[in-house]
Design a protein around this ligand. Structure first.
Ligand code: NG1
Length: 435
């Protein structure tokens, strides 16, 4: 398995193969059989599908995801000593992490997420240990947010097991930073929707000022999630490609602000220049690629503002994409507003067109699609989807189709024929729950 993603069993053929969600009783018995006592806390953290607003969150521009019925269940009990032991019926390896010095085990890729979570829980019941058991029905491989479901579920369950339950906003805040320790300088979309989603609604999330609101979904709109058959693990190439674009967006912000004569504050996010008049024209004047070192030198800026990452620093000298990244992000942010309005008006064709435009922009400008994702989206559109796009970070992983319910079976069949699947219907579901 490629590093960085929680590997859960994934049906690779057939049509709608929904693995049933692990019940509370099942995880209690599994925990008791393993540890001789029941867990003190059990949380269910859902996966998510982003409807639109891709690669906008780290520019503090809006997103519109849903939580889905598939997710991870995390059971925890306190234990003596300062060690956290984790096991899962669904993925390999049993990490044992010392809270005083949390270090990941390279041979157990998902231990990176536990380590990140424990670093962010350092001030919660320090010195106490725990046992964790994790189960679930959420396919990994990129796009459905298995890593964020894991970090959110672990943080919520450990804090509760240690009798220091955290408020929802605090779980989100700590989970966002936990995941950045694992290497990707991501925004906060996944953790926010995993915690705050509501049944039957999408969640419009804003980052500046921070806030979210439920957007009820109209009747007659169904969603299919379909795998491209390519994993997009957040390690190695996909992590580097993601971080390159984060740095590209920061460079674009700094150069645009310099051009306009606008004072920008740390962190450098495109949100700060998004509303400026004729921004599109200014974006067209940005360099195609430039290194952080060159850009910082040209505008007399401390290069650290461009390259600092939670997990370290980014190569100052590497040329990163700037113009196309900015064009995608600013255009995508506008599509989020239009998609929300289309949902509220029940205008499925307009919503579908926006999904298609989003995919085209991700393919042409942001360049995070793949041939398999393009083929998959085309197949789903041809078989009745009103719109289809890659969902999540891209570079492989999953795509989403929006469609009238009567077309769902044909879309699933076409998706499986295009890539081998899996493909399944997903429903907008509630966020984090204590079971
Ligand atoms: P995925 O790769 O689907 O988990 C990532 C980021 C999001 C967001 C999207 C792109 C993580 C945990 N999440 O999602 O914050 O930036 O890419 O829109 O890396």
């Amino acid at each position: 398995m490629a590093a960085g993603r929680v590997r859960l069993p994934t049906p690779r053929s057939g049509t709608v193969t929904i693995v049933s969600a692990p019940s509370r009783d099942a995880i209690i018995s599994a925990f008791a059989a393993r540890h001789g006592e029941p867990p003190a806390a059990i949380f269910r953290a859902p996966g998510r599908v982003n409807l639109i607003g891709e690669h906008t969150d780290y520019s503090h521009l809006p997103v519109l995801p849903i939580a889905i019925e598939r997710g991870l269940t995390v059971a925890a009990a306190p234990a003596p000593g300062g060690v956290v032991e984790a096991a899962s019926s669904a993925f390999a390896g049993e990490p044992v992490i010392d809270r005083a010095n949390p270090a990941a085990t390279p041979a157990i890729p998902w231990s990176r997420y536990l380590t990140g979570a424990l670093r962010e829980l350092a001030n919660v019941a320090p010195g106490r240990g725990a046992r964790l058991l994790i189960d679930g029905d959420l396919p990994a491989g990129g796009g459905l947010s298995s890593s964020s479901a894991l970090t959110v579920g672990v943080i919520a369950a450990l804090a509760a097991a240690w009798d220091v339950p955290l408020p929802p906003g605090e779980i989100v805040r700590r989970a966002v930073v936990s995941e950045r320790h694992a290497g990707v300088e991501s925004g906060g979309m996944d953790q926010e929707v995993i915690v705050f989603a509501e049944d039957g609604a999408a969640l419009r999330i804003d980052f500046d000022p921070p806030g979210h609101r439920a957007v009820p979904l109209p009747a007659g709109l169904a969603f299919v999630a379909a795998s491209s058959g390519e994993d997009a693990p957040k390690a190695g190439a996909a992590r580097d490609a993601y971080n390159e674009r984060v740095v590209g967006a920061r460079i674009a912000t700094a150069m645009l602000a310099d051009e306009i004569g606008l004072e920008v504050e740390h962190p450098l996010v495109l949100r700060q220049v998004a509303g400026v008049d004729v921004i599109d024209v200014l974006v067209d004047g940005l360099p195609e690629r430039i290194s952080a070192a060159e850009a910082a030198h040209g505008i007399d800026l401390d290069v650290e503002q461009l390259v600092r990452l939670t997990a370290g620093r980014f190569d100052h000298q590497l040329k990163v994409p700037v113009r196309r990244v900015a064009r995608h992000i600013l255009g995508e942010a506008e599509r989020v507003g239009r998609a929300e309005a289309a949902l509220l008006a029940g205008d499925l064709p307009a919503f579908g067109r926006l999904l298609n435009e989003s995919h085209n922009s991700l393919r042409e400008d942001f360049r995070c699609s793949t041939a398999a994702l393009d083929r998959l989206c085309a197949a789903m559109r041809k078989s009745g989807a009103s719109g289809a796009r890659l969902t999540g970070a891209g570079f492989g992983g999953y795509a989403l189709a929006a469609a009238p319910p009567a077309s769902v079976a044909a879309i699933i069949e076409a998706a499986v024929a295009a890539t081998g699947g899996p493909a399944f219907e997903v429903h907008a579901s509630a966020g984090l729950e204590r079971l």
